[in-house]
Design a protein around this ligand. Structure first.
Ligand SMILES: Cc1cc2nc3c(=O)[nH]c(=O)nc-3n(C[C@H](O)[C@H](O)[C@H](O)COP(=O)(O)OP(=O)(O)OC[C@H]3O[C@@H](n4cnc5c(N)ncnc54)[C@H](O)[C@@H]3O)c2cc1C
Length: 486
């Protein structure tokens, strides 16, 4: 493998000249994983099975075109990679025969167009979200797409994974922000593509090279609302009513009692060191049923928490939501919503890695379901998973027809191999529970390797066959990210 890689590297270096950087051995191992937590169990030998033959990083459009021309003529598989922040293994090479094309050197802002309150930015697709946000903020504008992974994910990765950000209740997903798109397809042709045609494509059609995204004026501030409820149904009905009447908070999230408590207590000042917290978490995760009993004991507060945040410009929406909440005879407070905004980027990959180093696992699942199915879906997921692992959930990304139920799971077996087996078992259980409840098993994380087995249940009806048709046209030799969507 080293020899082949060395020869390939020299050959690629000659062909691509100064248009791309060809990376070395250590980079190949880095590119064997993304943020899919299953990959954190892999030792060097297992990672080696997914280490690509080479990693190339084009520095301009010409370099990108040359890679796609060359790979197509040789029949060599390419795996596009942006920030590698995907959580489903979509950027993980299926095997060691592929070449990873990392886009992060394609990071120029090409144009910022402003016309009064409406503006757009045209940007190379490898630019990281945090850098782009900082650049447009400087000009008085802001992105309408802000995922929790803003600093570690790219514009191309957002589009290819069909990402949704924290402001989705007001602005929708990344698909709603794209004005135009440019991509390079096998053979090396650069084309303007229909905005929706590469959405959810997970690198399976071509490599997105440029996108024009809508911008909003940088918000002047926010209004905050939160309310506590005894059940899931009442706040869910309120949220559905708001959305269907066109009242749009920027952020709308409904936390189940366990996540409300855990997130809030995580935000409170604590005198415990991170190390001690980790040790306590490890201990607790070994006893999920007991942990659940403690979390839901008769004396524990069991309140669903609704968090609503409005842009200052939507004062009317705020007042109407406040009026409706006041009519529900519940405790209303601004503090949890303020805290939410202040801590919205606090969950990071370092915390997940630290848990795995302790022999525990953590994972997340994004299922979409119609409004009427959400309470039943939540109940069934908690019932099935909680005897085996700690579990909590929230509802987010509401749309007129339904919303995403976001499940967080964590657990530990008696040994590392046991923990890995339990992780797989709990993942399978959660996926099967979603399918049997009639939910779609993908809202914004994509499918990748993690959900491939369930991909018939991951898209709107008809999407997979439309994608297969596109694939035959755009990538007839099947060199683009094989073994993922198709
Ligand atoms: C802490 C954390 C928080 C997260 N929060 C969110 C969130 O709030 N919302 C959300 O939607 N997701 C979230 N994610 C998941 C992840 O950030 C998104 O899926 C993101 O869109 C991936 O972008 P990326 O650049 O890292 O892509 P990668 O992980 O590198 O790739 C993802 C997929 O896109 C393909 N791809 C990448 N670039 C291109 C390109 N230029 N052309 C064609 N295909 C390409 C890859 O082949 C792969 O299939 C989070 C992840 C983490 C670790």
């Amino acid at each position: 493998m080293d020899d082949i890689s060395g020869a390939l590297k020299r050959d690629l270096g000659r062909r691509l000249g100064n248009d791309a950087i060809v990376e070395d051995y250590a980079e190949r191992f880095r590119a064997a994983r993304d943020c899919w937590s299953a990959g954190l169990w892999w030792d060097r030998e297992r990672a080696a099975r997914h280490a690509p033959a080479a990693v190339v990083r084009p520095v301009n459009l010409e370099g990108l075109c040359r890679i796609l021309f060359w790979a197509d003529s040789q029949g060599i598989a390419l795996v596009p990679r942006g920030g590698g922040s995907g959580v489903c293994g979509a950027a993980v090479p299926k095997d060691g025969e592929s070449i990873v094309v990392e886009t992060t050197a394609l990071k120029k802002i090409i144009r910022l167009e402003t016309l009064g309150d409406s503006a757009s930015v045209t940007v190379e697709a490898g630019m990281l979200g945090g850098d782009l946000e900082a650049a447009v903020n400087h000009q008085g504008y802001a992105l309408m797409h802000v995922p929790a992974s803003l600093d570690i994910s790219t514009v191309g990765g957002w589009i290819a994974a069909g990402s949704y950000g924290q402001l989705s209740t007001l602005y929708g997903g990344i698909g709603d922000q794209i004005q135009s798109l440019q991509a390079v397809f096998p053979g090396g042709a650069v084309e303007t593509a229909a905005p929706e045609s590469l959405l959810l494509s997970e690198g399976g059609l071509g490599i997105i090279s440029q996108a024009t995204l809508r911008l909003r004026p940088k918000p002047e501030g926010h209004f905050f609302l939160s309310g506590e409820f005894e059940n899931m149904e009442d706040p869910l009905a309120l949220l559905k009513d708001l959305i269907r009447r066109g009242i749009r908070p920027e952020v709308a999230r409904l936390y189940d009692p366990v996540e409300a408590k855990t997130s809030l207590s995580a935000n409170r000042r604590s005198f415990l060191s991170d190390q001690l917290k980790l040790k306590l978490a490890r201990l607790a995760l070994g006893y999920p049923a007991l942990l659940r009993r403690l979390q839901t004991n008769p004396w524990a507060a069991k309140r669903w928490l609704l968090v609503l945040i409005f842009e200052k410009s939507r004062h009317g929406d705020y007042l109407e939501s406040r009026r409706l909440l006041e009519g529900m005879n519940i405790k209303i407070d601004e503090a949890p919503a303020r805290l939410w905004l202040a801590n919205r980027f606090q969950w990071n990959t370092g915390k997940v890695t630290a848990l795995f180093e302790q022999g525990c696992f953590a994972d997340s699942l994004d299922a979409w379901a119609p409004w009427k199915t959400l309470p039943e879906l939540h109940r069934r997921l908690i019932e099935s998973v909680s005897p085996r692992a700690a579990v909590m959930a929230h509802v987010s990304h509401a749309d007129p027809e339904g919303a995403c139920l976001y499940l967080l799971i964590a657990g530990r077996g008696k040994s590392r191999p046991e923990s890995e087996r339990l992780h797989q078992e709990v993942w399978r259980l959660a996926m099967e529970t979603c399918v049997s409840a009639g939910a779609r098993v993908n809202h914004h994380h994509g499918v990748g390797l993690a959900k491939r087995e369930w991909r018939q249940h991951a898209y709107r009806p008809g999407w997979l066959s439309e994608f297969a048709q596109l694939k035959r046209w755009r990538d007839p030799k099947g060199i683009m990210n094989p073994g993922k969507v198709l």
